[in-house]
Design a protein around this ligand. Sequence first.
Ligand code: MLT
Length: 395
Amino acid sequence: MIPNTNYGKLKDSYLFSEVARRVAEYSKAHPEKEIIKMGIGDVTLPLCTAVVEAMKKAAEDMGKAETFHGYGPEQGYDFLREKIKAYYAENNVELDLNEIFISDGAKSDLGNILDILGKDNTVLIPDPVYPVYVDTNVMDGRNIIYADANESNGFLPMPDEKVKADIIYICSPNNPTVDVYNIEQLKEWVDYATANNSLILFDSAYESFVADKSLPRSIFEVEGAKKCAIEFCSLSKTAGFTGTRCGYTVVSNELVYDGMKLNKLWLRRQTTKFNGVSYIVQKAAEAVFTPEGRKQIAENIMYYRENARIITNTLGEIGIQYYGGINSPYIWLKCPDDMDSWAFFDKLLTTAGVIGTPGAGFGKNGEKYFRLTAFSSKENTQKAMLKFKELFSAK
Ligand code: MLT
């Protein structure tokens, strides 16, 4: 038996597991110390009432013979897919129901999609980036090239005709660097992909945080994108589903490479390897798209936006350079005193008990940067910012 030796090329642990390991080690040695978590983008507000009620009702359905559900369709129930179709239509994106696949979250599908893409493709990934894009391609042994995202290009790399890539990852609003591509910029990527027979994997997990109405929330708002892009979205950040698990992936019927329809391949893959998301969770997800659900999740998003405002106000006051907090739940800041990002992580942990995510964990261009999330409670966000003031005000 030969194991997948590509795993030997991965870093020892996944970024957020490494952060959790360091925090656990520190907490064990200092049990008296209060820890404020602003690292992994995990939400703190509970599920909204509309979702909880739908989930309870669905649990009751499962307990009665007339409404019990066994195996569901692997690609998701129509009641939820209809809601997602209508959600896209609000931004003038027309989808066929069979183009929408319900998943247990964007991370899983971003990894699983690679099953239907050849291993000889060259992959273009921005740096810094959500580490899942890199790690899942390393696992498959694909050739990876990087597009530098830095201050000089506003952390939004644009296509370069001299660089040939078959698969291109775009995350907008970006994790971790918080910026959002506008329609014209996305159009350039769509044109590049069309001209080069490439495929864009578009991660829109943070779309619900886009406050600027002129910015796109979906790559399908760009003409021609249905012929060259797959979109991944999740209810984790939108509706606090990090522990509930539900997302969706849009694989259009117009994606054809070497005469093969990607929609057909993905359906084949999912029906073979995936049992679908549970009826109870899909009913909960359906409630997110009802008028009541929409109103309630908008209130939660406002709560996180206020946290972002508290963070950016403080950083501005104490003179730490930062990006984001407006169209994104993350704040991307420059480590004070030219500190390395893991050194800054250790300093914050040991002196203030505040956890963030070191930029270097997202790639080499993340070195000397740091990411904070606005997903904590307001109380903890305020406490953390007081600590920042104590530590860095004199600088
Ligand atoms: C993050 O912190 O980057 C995300 O929460 C991780 C994820 O969504 O998997």
